[in-house]
Design a protein around this ligand. Structure first.
Ligand code: ADE
Length: 457
C-alpha cells in the first residue's frame, strides 16, 4: 500500500526515497524500513505495461525463481508486493555503485584485483545457472559493488521482462549497445543461456583488465561483424594466463567456447580462488498483498512477449542510436572495404562471381568465403600491375541485411579499388535503398510493437 506522508512516499513498512537507477524494467528507488532503519532498494514495475506485453506469467515465474537465489554475490530479493498498478520488489541495497564506476576512476584494474572480481562474478553467474536462471543481458549496469568492494549481480532472471517502452510505443532500450551480447544471441539462432552469459562475463573481464571494450565501433554493422568474428585484440601485455582465458571465453562459437567447468579449472582463474558459499538461511520471502497472479492466464491467448532480443529487435529499439553509419558505404581503404547489401548470401556470391569473372579474375569458393585471383602473364612479382588476390566474406546483420567484406591479400591497389567500386556499386545499398531499408526496418519494428499492443487489446 503506497501513500504520501510528511516524510515522503510510504510503501507499507518502507519509506521510499531517491531514485537509484532507471533500468530496463522500471525505476529503482532507495527505501528505508521504518522500524529497523535498514536500507533497501525497491524495484517498481508497471503492471499495466507487463499486462500489455503479456509478460505477466513470465514475471510471476521469474520472481518465483528469484526468491531462490541466496548468494553473497547476487542482490537478494527480500519481499514482493503489488498494488493495483505496480509490482514492488524489495531488494538488498548495494551501496558501492556500479562496478564500472570503479573502473572509470582507475582506468583499469590490476590482474589480481580484476581476477578477484571476476571470480565473484563467475561464482554468482554459475550459482544462478545451477538454479536454472540465466541472465542473457549481463552488462556493467547489472554489476554492482558493495561497501567492501564485493560484486553483487542484479536483475538476474529478469531478462524475460520486456525492455523499456517509450510513450511512442516503439521499443527503446536504455542501453541499446550490443557490446556485451553474445554473437549467437544477436544472430537469434537459438542459444544456450549459460554459454551466452559466459561470453558477456568475458566482455566484462576484458573491460576490467584493459579499460577498453573488446568489440567496439561507432558503425553498428562493423560492431556486429566484429562480434560475430570474435575479432578482439587481446593485449600482449596481459599475462599469458589472462590472454588465454579471454581468448577462450571470447570464442564466437558457443560449442567450442570455454564452459563453467573449464573456467573454474583454468589456471589463471584458479589462482587465489575461494569459492563463495551460498547462504543457508530460510528467510521467507514475504509476498505481501499476494496480488500476483497479476491476471488469470488465458490459454487460448498465448502471444508471449519476446523472451530475448535479437539483432533485428535491437535495431528497432535503438532508434536513438545513430543508424546512419549502419547503412554507410565505407571508403575503400588500402586493404579492406565493407558495404551492406540486401541480396541473399547465395545471390551475393553468385553475383560477385559473375562480376569478377567478367573482369577476368579466377574464383575459388570455400568455407563461406570467396577467393578471387588475377595473375596476368608476364607479371613478375605479386605487387606488380595486373596481379591481385582478394577474399570476399559475408556477415549476416539481420535476415535481410548482409555485410560484404572485401580484403586484399596482395596485389595492384588501383585494380583492387576498381573491383571494390564495381562490386559495391552493383551489390551495395544505394542512398535511396538505404532510406527504404531504414523505413522498412522501422515499419517492421512498428508492426512488431503494434502486434504486441494488438495482442494486448
Ligand atoms: N540500483 C539498482 N539496483 C540497486 C540496488 N539493489 N542497490 C543499490 N542501487 C541499485
Amino acid at each position: 500500500m503506497v501513500r504520501e506522508g510528511g516524510g515522503g512516499m510510504r510503501l507499507g513498512k518502507y519509506e521510499i526515497g531517491r531514485t537509484l537507477g532507471e533500468g530496463n524494467f522500471g525505476k529503482v528507488k532507495f527505501a528505508r524500513h521504518v522500524e529497523s532503519g535498514q536500507a533497501f532498494a525497491v524495484k517498481i514495475l508497471d503492471r499495466k505495461r507487463i499486462l500489455e506485453l503479456k509478460a505477466d506469467d513470465q514475471i510471476k515465474r521469474e520472481i518465483e525463481t528469484l526468491k531462490l537465489l541466496k548468494h553473497p554475490n547476487v542482490v537478494r530479493l527480500h519481499e514482493v508486493s503489488a498494488s493495483k498498478t505496480k509490482i514492488y520488489m524489495v531488494l538488498e541495497y548495494v551501496n558501492g555503485g556500479e562496478l564500472f564506476g570503479k573502473i572509470d576512476l582507475k582506468g583499469k584494474l590490476s590482474e589480481q584485483e580484476g581476477r578477484k572480481l571476476f571470480q565473484q562474478l563467475i561464482d554468482a553467474v554459475s550459482y544462478c545457472h545451477e538454479k536454472g536462471v540465466y541472465h542473457r543481458d549481463l552488462k556493467p549496469e547489472n554489476v554492482l559493488v558493495d561497501a567492501k568492494g564485493n560484486i553483487k549481480l542484479s536483475d538476474f532472471g529478469l531478462s524475460a521482462l520486456p525492455q523499456h517502452l517509450g510513450n511512442d510505443k516503439l521499443l527503446h532500450t536504455t542501453c541499446g549497445s550490443p557490446n556485451y551480447i553474445a554473437p549467437e544471441v544477436l544472430a537469434n539462432r537459438g542459444y544456450d543461456g549459460s554459454m551466452s552469459d559466459i561470453w558477456s562475463s568475458g566482455v566484462i573481464l576484458y573491460v576490467i583488465l584493459t579499460g577498453n571494450l573488446p568489440f567496439d565501433d561507432r558503425n553498428l554493422a562493423v560492431l556486429y561483424q566484429k562480434i560475430f568474428k570474435g575479432d578482439s585484440k587481446i593485449p600482449k601485455w596481459l599475462s599469458p594466463g589472462a590472454q588465454d582465458i579471454l581468448k577462450r571465453i571470447l570464442d564466437p562459437n558457443p560449442s567450442t567456447r570455454i564452459n563453467m567447468a573449464g573456467m573454474k579449472s583454468h589456471d589463471w582463474f584458479k589462482q587465489d580462488y575461494i569459492p563463495a558459499v551460498p547462504y543457508d538461511d530460510d528467510e521467507d520471502i514475504n509476498i505481501a498483498d499476494a496480488a500476483l497472479p497479476i491476471k488469470e492466464h488465458d490459454e487460448a491467448d498465448d502471444h508471449r512477449a519476446p523472451s530475448h532480443i535479437n539483432a533485428f529487435q535491437l535495431i528497432g529499439m535503438s532508434s536513438y542510436l545513430d543508424l546512419s553509419g549502419f547503412f554507410e558505404k565505407e571508403e575503400a581503404s588500402e586493404r579492406k572495404i565493407r558495404f551492406t547489401s540486401s541480396y541473399s548470401p547465395k545471390d551475393l556470391f553468385e553475383k560477385i562471381e559473375g562480376i569478377v569473372t567478367e573482369m577476368g579474375f579466377q574464383v575459388q569458393r570455400g568455407n563461406g568465403k570467396l577467393k578471387v585471383k588475377l595473375h596476368l602473364k608476364g607479371s613478375a612479382s605479386l605487387n606488380c600491375p595486373g596481379s591481385l588476390s582478394v577474399a570476399a566474406e559475408l556477415f549476416e546483420i539481420s535476415p535481410s541485411l548482409y555485410v560484404v567484406e572485401l580484403r586484399k591479400s596482395y596485389g595492384d591497389s588501383s585494380l583492387y579499388r576498381q573491383m571494390c567500386a564495381k562490386l559495391s556499386d552493383n551489390l551495395g545499398i544505394c542512398k535511396s535503398q538505404q532510406l527504404l531499408m531504414t523505413q522498412s526496418l522501422m515499419t517492421e519494428a512498428c508492426k512488431f510493437t503494434s502486434e504486441m499492443t494488438h495482442a494486448a487489446l
